[in-house]
Design a protein around this ligand. Structure first.
Ligand code: CA2
Length: 149
C-alpha cells in the first residue's frame, strides 16, 4: 500500500511563522512523524510539496497507477482551484483532504473548499495530528478499496 502526501503552496514555510495557527513543526518534521507511523503500520508513504498549481496537477496525474490513496493539503488552493479539483476527480485515486487548522472556524473565504466534494472525506483542525489521522484514514480507505467495498 502506497500513500502520497501532497502539500500545496507555502507549506514549506511551516514552523517559521504563524505558529499559533499552524503549529511549531516544519513540514520535514511532520513528514518524519508520518514516516514513523507508516513504518509501524507497514505502509509506504511519499511526500511532495509545491507552490505551483500546475506542478500539483502534474503530480496528481502522475500518481495514477503508483499510489493507492492521496492525502492532500491543497493549502491556499483549497478555496480557489478548479484545476486541482478536476485533477483529483479525474485521477481515479481516492483522496482525503487535510488541513492543519480548522478552516470552518477562520475567515469566511476559508470555509469553502472546492476540493472537498471530490474527496472521500476531510481531516482538519488537529495541527500536525491531521497528517497522522490522514494516514489512518488513508489506510482505512485503501483497505476498503482492496476488499471491493
Ligand atoms: O490549515 C491548513 O492546513 C491550510 O491548508 C493552510 C493554508 C491555508 O491557506 C488554508 O486555508 C488552510 C496556508 C498554508 C501556509 O502556511 C504558512 C505557514 C507558515 C507561514 C505562512 C504560511
Amino acid at each position: 500500500m502506497k500513500i502520497l502526501f501532497l502539500n500545496g503552496p507555502n507549506l514549506n514555510l511551516l514552523g517559521s511563522r504563524e505558529p499559533e495557527v499552524y503549529g511549531r513543526l516544519s513540514l520535514a518534521e511532520i513528514e518524519a512523524e508520518v514516516r514513523k507511523r507508516a513504518a509501524e503500520r507497514g505502509v509506504e508513504v511519499e511526500f511532495a510539496q509545491s507552490n505551483s498549481e500546475g506542478v500539483l496537477v502534474d503530480l496528481i496525474q502522475q500518481a495514477r497507477g503508483r499510489f493507492d490513496v492521496i492525502v492532500f493539503n491543497p493549502a491556499g488552493y483549497t478555496h480557489t482551484s478548479v484545476a486541482l479539483r478536476d485533477a483529483i476527480a479525474a485521477c481515479g485515486i481516492p483522496a482525503i483532504e487535510i488541513h492543519l487548522s480548522n478552516i470552518h472556524a477562520r475567515e469566511p473565504f476559508r470555509r469553502e473548499s472546492l476540493i472537498a466534494p471530490v474527496c472521500c472525506g476531510q481531516v482538519l483542525g488537529f495541527g500536525a495530528g491531521s497528517y497522522v489521522l490522514g494516514l489512518e484514514a488513508a489506510i482505512m480507505v485503501a483497505g476498503h478499496n482492496r476488499a471491493g467495498n
